[in-house]
Ligand binder design. Structure first.
Ligand SMILES: Nc1nc2c(c(=O)[nH]1)N[C@H]1C(S)=C(S)[C@@H](COP(=O)(O)O)O[C@H]1N2
Ligand SMILES: [Mo]
Length: 258
């Protein structure tokens, strides 16, 4: 019982202290044989270390309304230029549907109204882009985990792929289309939501209307905008560049934890 107790105390301390405390905590953590073996066996402390030590359920910091950025920059695609999207936008997204398929027992086709009828979560968080800017915004949407529960995962489900409406790069084969992926622990994280509102209003086009992902423990490029389809898969190596995302296929890390 005793080692368990002290390990739990260390974890609590780590969660409270975040980044800086984590380095000091790691030294102590390696003294525990189980954690030591775990760390020696993992090549990437950024991914495995951070996630196992801090816990997959630890929350990103949340802010107050007073902290909202007066200007929240838009990045990447700011208005998908396809005819399909133009049509959807013109009709206020009433014809838009979110497809949920792949390794699920009950594929879904959800309207914006369907999503808005489900219980929602509102969170004020800081968005961090690898390009070196941050902004604090308020997001409202449905837990991704709730949607996955409604669709009921099939055995073998491991990742959720987000297919977007926009092509960030024009290519002949469609490989310039934006997409992203996360694993199930991130999908079920309490702050991982499909957001339809930003700062109290319907999601603006520049920020991903009608629906975008918020996955608050990860960097900006993971937060897929202009969602069209969610596909549950066992692996993503056969998809486009095989690295699990538009930017990942161009060299960025798949796990972009912050
Ligand atoms: N569909 C899509 N999602 C996207 C992008 C994009 O170009 N297309 N850019 C990503 C990047 S790099 C960032 S920083 C954020 C920007 O979100 P914002 O425009 O709301 O600031 O969206 C991410 N999601
Ligand atoms: Mo970004």
């Amino acid at each position: 019982m005793k080692p368990n107790f002290s390990r739990r105390r260390m974890l609590t301390g780590l969660m409270a202290g975040a980044g800086v405390a984590m380095l000091a905590g790691c030294d102590r953590m390696t003294q525990s044989t189980q954690f030591g073996a775990l760390l020696r066996n993992t090549e990437k402390l950024t991914m495995s270390g951070q996630r196992l030590l801090l816990g997959r359920q630890s929350l990103a910091r949340e802010y107050s309304v007073a902290d909202l950025s007066p200007v929240f920059r838009a990045n990447g695609t700011q208005s998908p230029d396809s005819e399909e999207y133009a049509h959807l936008l013109e009709h206020g997204f009433v014809d838009w549907r979110l497809q949920v398929d792949g390794l699920v027992q009950q594929p879904l086709s959800l309207s914006l109204a369907d999503l808005k009828r489900l219980p929602s979560r509102t969170q004020i968080t800081r968005h961090d882009c690898v390009e070196g800017w941050s902004a604090i915004g308020q997001w409202q949407g449905v837990h991704l985990g709730r949607i996955l529960d409604i669709a009921r995962l099939k055995p073998g489900a491991r990742y959720v792929i987000f297919h977007c409406a926009d092509e960030l790069e024009k290519t002949f084969d469609g490989s310039g289309r934006y997409y992203e992926s996360i694993d199930l622990p991130d999908a079920y994280h309490p702050q991982t939501i499909l957001a339809y509102a930003m700062n109290g209003k319907n999601l603006p086009v520049a920020h991903g209307a009608p629906l975008r992902l918020r996955v608050e423990r990860q960097l900006g490029y993971k937060h897929a905008k202009y969602l069209m389809r969610i596909e549950v898969v066992s692996a993503f190596d056969t998809l486009w560049g095989g690295r699990g995302g538009y930017w990942e296929d161009r060299g960025y890390e798949w796990y972009a934890g912050i």
